[in-house]
Design a protein around this ligand. Structure first.
Ligand code: ADP
Ligand code: MG
Length: 139
């Protein structure tokens, strides 16, 4: 059993797709353990995306994630980390498999290289623990 961290990014909240995402989590049998609607800020994003700070597209991530409120939460269950990554689909929505959240709902990249891939999921158990500590101030 594992716990993972998910984020419904600003486009998901703005487009009214929170319910769609939560439905996919709940119907898999995962147990929601924390959830909050909140506004990110530059500091918390720099912690969360620490490994991407030096990337040329970091400012695009920042702009995207600050566009509006996000839903940050955690859920618990069997193989939660990997199952959620598979449910989301790969980073680029244009390359994501049909049936994944990113293929079915997300947008981009556009001509500026901007992409809104709508959801986040921790990529390992260690990342999940690190990210839960960042967003919820605990391990
Ligand atoms: P994932 O979210 O699939 O784990 P990464 O950890 O590689 O992907 O990147 C984190 C986030 O940064 C992505 O979800 C996406 O929002 C943004 N991102 C990644 N690569 C690019 C890129 N080349 N151009 C613009 N944004 C990007
Ligand atoms: Mg990642």
């Amino acid at each position: 059993m594992q716990e993972t961290l998910f984020i419904i990014k600003p486009d998901g909240v703005r487009r009214g797709l929170v319910g769609e995402v939560l439905r996919r989590i709940e119907r898999r049998g995962f147990q929601l353990t924390r959830m909050e609607l909140r506004q990110a800020n530059k500091d918390i994003l720099a912690q969360h995306y620490a490994d991407l700070l030096e990337k040329p597209f970091y400012h695009q991530i920042e702009t995207y994630m600050l566009e509006g409120p996000i839903v940050v939460g955690t859920f618990y269950g069997s193989d939660a980390v990997k199952t959620w990554r598979k449910t989301m689909g790969v980073t680029n929505p244009a390359e994501a498999e049909l049936g994944t959240i990113r293929a079915d709902f997300a947008q981009g990249p556009d001509s500026n290289g901007d992409m809104r891939n709508m959801v986040h999921g921790s990529d390992s158990v260690e990342s999940a623990q690190r990210e839960i500590a960042i967003w919820f101030g605990e391990d």
